[in-house]
Design a protein around this ligand. Structure first.
Ligand code: AMP
Ligand code: MG
Length: 392
C-alpha cells in the first residue's frame, strides 16, 4: 500500500486536505494524525473491521483496547451508558485536552474496539487538526499511538513514517506534537476515580478538580503475574527502546526526600515525591553513570547517556543526549520519545539515564522511563554498589 503524506498548516487548516483523510476513515481505512499528546493511528471506532486493521498495522495484541476520540463533548452521549458527576467535572476542566476517561460502554461500541471489555475509553483532543478531522469524519475515531507495538510513541510525522510506511493509507503531517507523552487515563466507572496512566493532566490537577483520586498499582511498579490488570494493555511492555535502558537514581532517605501518599484506599501508593523539580542532579549520579559508561565502552559496546541541559557537559564519553531543562518538565516530556527513537537509530547497546522527580508531569515522565527500562533502576547510595531491580 502506498502511504500518502500530507502536510497540514496548523495556522491555516485546509479542509479539502482533511476531507480526503476523513473519507478514508469513513471508508474503513487508516489515517495517522497529530494530536497534542502523540501521533494517533485513526480508524472508524464503530467498525470492528477497521479496528482490526489498526491492530494489524501496529502488530498490537487485539485484547489491548483502543481510545475513542471525539470532536465535541456531546458526542460522548451515544458511546457510554452514563456520564458520572466526577467525569462531568473532569470534562469541564480538561476537555478538549490530554485526558482520557473510561466509561461503561453502550451497545454501539463494538468489542473489537474495546479489546473485549464492557468499558470504553474516550478522549476529546485539543489539537486543531485532530479536532477538525474527527468532526469531518462525523465518527468517533479509534486511535492508539501510531507506532509499531513496543516502539516509543511517535511525536513527529517522520516517526510515524518510520513505523507505518506502506501499512496505512495516509499520514497527516502537522509538525511536532506539543506535549510528547500519551494522555492521562482515569477510570470513572467506580465511586472514586482511578488514575490508570499519568500524563499532562497531572494527579495534582485531577485532585484539585474532583478531590481524591486513587492510583492503579500498575503505575508505580511492574505488574505481578497473578494480578488481573484493569486494562489488558497494562500488562504489555511499552515504550521500549532496542538498547538496554537503565535508570540511575539517588535514593533519598526519609529526611532528605521523603514520601507522600498519593491516592487513597485500595490503590493508595507511597511515592517518593520530594525534592523540587529543579533540584540539581547529584554528583553521585553523574559519577555513577560515567563509571557505567566507561565499563561498557571498554567492553566494546555502544553506549548512550540521557541527561539534561544542566549536566550535559559533565559526561565526557558515550553518545550524550539532553532531554531539555530539568526545571521545565514540559521540555523533558516533549523530547523523551524522540531521544529513545534516536538511540534506536544509533544502535546503541546500553543507555544510562538520569532520573526525575515524580511530581506533576514528572509522574508521567518517570512512568514512561521506568517502563522503557523494564523497571531496571540502579541506586547510587546502596551500601554495596550492585544493580537493583526497582520494586521487583
Ligand atoms: P494508546 O492508545 O497506545 O495510548 O493506549 C491505549 C491504552 O488505553 C490501552 O493500552 C489501555 O491501557 C487504555 N485503555 C483503553 N481502553 C480502556 C478501557 N476500556 N479500560 C481501561 N483502559 C483502557
Ligand atoms: Mg501506545
Amino acid at each position: 500500500m502506498l502511504t500518502k503524506v500530507i502536510k497540514i498548516d496548523n495556522d491555516n487548516i485546509d479542509d479539502r486536505l482533511l476531507t480526503e483523510a476523513a473519507e478514508i476513515l469513513c471508508a474503513g481505512g487508516l489515517v495517522a494524525f497529530p494530536t497534542e499528546t502523540v501521533y494517533g493511528l485513526g480508524a472508524n471506532g464503530l467498525d470492528e473491521e477497521a479496528a482490526r486493521k489498526i491492530y494489524a498495522a501496529k502488530g498490537r495484541p487485539s485484547d489491548n483496547p483502543l481510545i475513542l476520540h471525539i470532536s465535541s463533548a456531546e458526542e460522548i452521549v451515544p458511546l457510554v451508558q452514563s456520564v458520572p458527576e466526577a467525569a462531568r467535572k473532569l470534562m469541564d476542566a480538561f476537555w478538549p485536552g490530554p485526558l482520557t476517561m473510561i466509561f461503561p460502554k453502550s451497545s454501539i461500541v463494538p468489542y473489537g474496539t474495546t479489546g473485549g471489555l464492557d468499558t470504553v475509553a474516550v478522549r476529546m483532543p485539543s489539537d486543531p487538526v485532530a479536532n477538525r478531522l474527527i468532526a469531518l469524519a462525523g465518527l468517533p475515531i479509534a486511535a492508539p499511538s501510531a507506532n509499531r507495538s513496543g516502539r516509543p510513541s511517535p511525536t513527529t510525522a517522520e516517526h510515524v513514517m518510520q513505523d507505518m510506511d506502506g501499512r496505512i493509507e495516509m499520514i497527516l503531517d502537522g509538525g511536532p506534537v506539543g506535549i510528547g507523552v500519551e494522555s492521562t487515563i482515569v477510570d470513572v466507572t467506580g465511586d472514586v476515580p482511578i488514575l490508570l496512566r499519568p500524563g499532562a493532566v497531572t494527579m495534582e490537577m485531577l485532585q484539585e478538580t474532583v478531590g481524591h483520586v486513587d492510583i492503579d498499582p500498575a503505575i508505580t511498579g511492574p505488574m505481578a503475574a497473578d494480578v488481573r490488570p484493569k486494562a489488558p494493555g497494562m500488562k504489555y511492555r511499552h515504550y521500549a527502546p532496542k538498547a538496554e535502558l537503565v535508570l540511575v537514581e539517588e535514593r533519598k532517605n526519609k529526611a532528605g526526600g521523603g514520601t507522600r501518599r498519593m491516592g487513597q484506599g485500595r490503590y493508595a501508593a507511597e511515592l517518593t515525591v520530594p525534592e523540587p523539580v529543579s533540584e540539581p542532579i547529584s554528583e553521585a549520579v553523574i559519577g555513577r553513570i560515567n563509571r557505567l559508561v566507561q565499563e561498557k565502552l571498554s567492553q566494546g559496546y555502544r553506549v548512550g547517556v540521557i541527561c539534561t541541559d544542566e549536566t550535559e557537559n559533565q559526561y565526557p564519553a558515550g553518545i550524550v543526549r539532553s532531554l531539555g531543562i530539568r526545571g521545565q518538565q514540559e521540555t523533558i516530556a516533549h523530547s523523551l520519545f524522540a531521544v529513545l527513537r534516536e538511540f534506536d537509530d544509533l544502535q546503541v547497546d546500553y543507555i544510562y539515564s538520569e532520573s526525575f522527580a515524580r511530581d506533576h508531569l514528572g509522574q508521567a515522565i518517570m512512568n514512561r522511563l521506568t517502563k522503557a527500562a523494564g523497571y531496571h533502576v540502579i541506586y547510587t547510595n546502596e551500601k554495596k554498589e550492585e544493580e537493583q531491580h526497582g520494586r521487583q
